[in-house]
Ligand binder design. Structure first.
Ligand SMILES: [Zn+2]
Length: 314
């Protein structure tokens, strides 16, 4: 089995393994499944397998090509998306389609990943279709979508569809225990009801988040200065020992939002909300403020002054 560490989805993995062994890979794949079902993980594995120069099973994970794919710095893997826009601008699709004719820099393939193919409007899809009908031999397209029904039948018929299934409970529970150790058994079971690893991990993280962190997430996402002040005001009477872990938790939450903006799949709803309402620059600035507040905390600056400064800056 080539995609051995991709959880569940046995028949899909067998199909892919067969395709790679017979060197019959497709030039367009549609990876479908709900949020947190593993579309992004599978896209990375598939990209690595396509670029891999190792001699055995692909992806070997150790050749220079695999390392670049897993390190997210392969020059021939191009993401087509605009995270600040609801739909992918047609111009961006046109640019990608023009770029297809420039040969790969160093890889065997030039791979175009559409992490949110549901954001392609019909004009964008028709632009893409022209390339899908007659792509250069080295071009591969990976379309990821929770809702493949939004694609035109003409586009869909050009793709090999890889549909991601829910995971068996035992597989999911084992994965959760391994990836998020130290939780209550009841929390694992509750999280496993999500059926997909990404959603279950988000549920588990959510279970561990404090009410105050949830309030912070909401106030920050909504730019609600009043709610932020109300949240911080009572904290001015806290001790530094109590304040510091809270600041760390808030920072962690924003770090999650930042990585969600960069395409990480497993995001809890409150994290998703932040990254859909605030820009990466704003999130980064807030992280800097929280780090500064922690430094001040450690430098014995008064808690009132720290919280006051945060109320102004956040
Ligand atoms: Zn390799």
């Amino acid at each position: 089995m080539l995609f051995y560490d991709f959880l569940g989805n046995e028949s899909l993995k067998e199909r892919l393994s067969g395709m790679f062994r017979q060197e019959k890979s497709s030039h367009c794949y549609l990876l479908s499944g709900p949020e947190g079902s593993g579309k992004h993980t599978l896209a990375t594995l598939l990209s690595a397998a396509l670029q891999c120069t190792g001699s055995g099973d692909k992806p070997c994970r150790s050749c220079p090509q695999c390392r670049k794919v897993f390190g997210s710095n392969h020059p021939d893997i191009i993401f087509v998306d605009d995270e600040d826009k609801k739909m992918i601008p047609v111009e961006q699709v046109r640019n990608a389609c023009a770029d297809v004719y420039i040969r790969p820099n160093e890889g065997k393939k030039k791979i175009y990943i559409f992490p949110h193919a549901e954001k392609l409007n019909p004009i964008g899809q028709n632009t893409l279709l022209k390339i899908l009908e007659e792509p250069p031999a080295y071009a591969v397209f990976l379309l990821l979508s929770p809702n493949p029904g939004l694609l035109l039948p003409t586009v869909r018929s050009r793709c090999s569809e890889l549909h991601l299934a829910p995971l068996p409970e035992a597989t999911l529970l084992a994965a959760l225990r391994q990836r998020c150790p130290g939780k209550q058994e009841a929390d694992y079971r509750l999280a496993a009801s999500a059926r997909y690893l990404g959603q279950a991990m988000a549920k588990l993280k959510h279970a561990a988040r404090s009410d105050r962190a949830m309030e912070f997430a909401a106030a920050f996402a909504e730019r609600d200065a009043l709610a932020m002040t109300m949240l911080l005001a009572p904290m001015e009477k806290w001790t530094r020992d109590k304040l510091l872990p809270m600041l760390q938790e808030w920072e962690l939450l924003l770090m999650e939002a930042l990585s969600a903006r960069c395409g990480a799949a497993e995001a809890a709803p409150e994290v998703h909300r932040i990254c859909s309402l605030r820009t990466a620059k704003e999130i980064l600035a807030a992280i800097e403020e929280l780090r500064l507040a922690q430094i001040r905390c450690n430098a014995n600056v008064g808690v009132g002054a720290i919280c006051g400064a945060l109320a102004v800056k956040l």
